[in-house]
Ligand binder design. Structure first.
Ligand SMILES: [Ca+2]
Length: 212
């Protein structure tokens, strides 16, 4: 069975067929900031949660427990211009990866996602989907879409998006690696690293990853 249908909708209750970097979990529910909303799966019993906004101390820094499971380096990702017209630098986060995926013309990759922010300006945590032809993940992505920026939600006085459907329909046959990235980040007028980019991680929820 081709990937990612091997573990459709994460109903195996694990990440079989995927690789994870940083803190990722398969969950039955997940709660937004200050418990204002609890997410359930789009279908079935499970969905994926990238990064862990709750494992922080009073200053927003990742706790020792989280440090025992180090976050992924997301420093390769940046957004210019970001939602505030500046540059957002990725710092750390979590990545879900599916390798050796084939999508033929006429097919589309579908997934459902939701983004929950646990941080505020000048932080700009974000979520990205990226595809890498021939599994060349060390080279620029073949296709990339920014799913969410926490600054956009903050402007709307929102702490989370609803579940949303995303589709990608390659124009030419695709064979390679898919990645979903939840990144801690900070918006800066001088595109240089500055303190606080690794505080208060946000979360990306994923469900129903299919090719049809
Ligand atoms: Ca953050």
């Amino acid at each position: 069975m081709p990937l990612p249908q091997q573990n459709e909708h994460f109903e195996n209750g694990d990440f079989q067929g995927y690789r994870t970097y940083g803190i990722c979990q398969v969950a039955k529910c997940f709660t937004a900031f200050h418990e204002i909303h609890t997410f359930s799966p789009v279908s079935g019993s499970y969905f994926a949660v990238l990064d862990d906004p709750r494992s922080i101390d009073g200053d927003g820094a990742r706790t020792a427990e989280a440090a025992g499971y180090p976050p992924a380096d997301t420093g390769a990702w940046r957004i210019t211009p970001d939602a505030d017209g500046r540059t957002t630098l990725g710092k750390d986060g979590a990545i879900l990866e599916c390798r050796s995926v084939r999508i033929t013309p006429g097919q589309a990759l579908w997934f459902h996602w939701a983004f929950l922010r646990f941080d505020w300006s000048p932080a700009n945590d974000f979520a990205v989907f990226a595809a890498y032809a021939d599994d060349k993940v060390d080279q620029p992505s073949t296709y990339q879409a920014i799913l969410a920026q926490s600054l956009e939600l903050e402007r709307q006085n929102r702490w989370y998006t609803d579940w949303q459907a995303f589709s990608w329909r390659p124009q030419t046959p695709f064979s390679g690696t898919l990645r979903w990235i939840a990144s801690n980040g900070i918006s800066t007028s001088i595109p240089l690293p500055r303190p606080g980019a690794d505080a208060r991680p946000s979360a990306l929820l994923l469900d129903c990853i299919t090719i049809e």
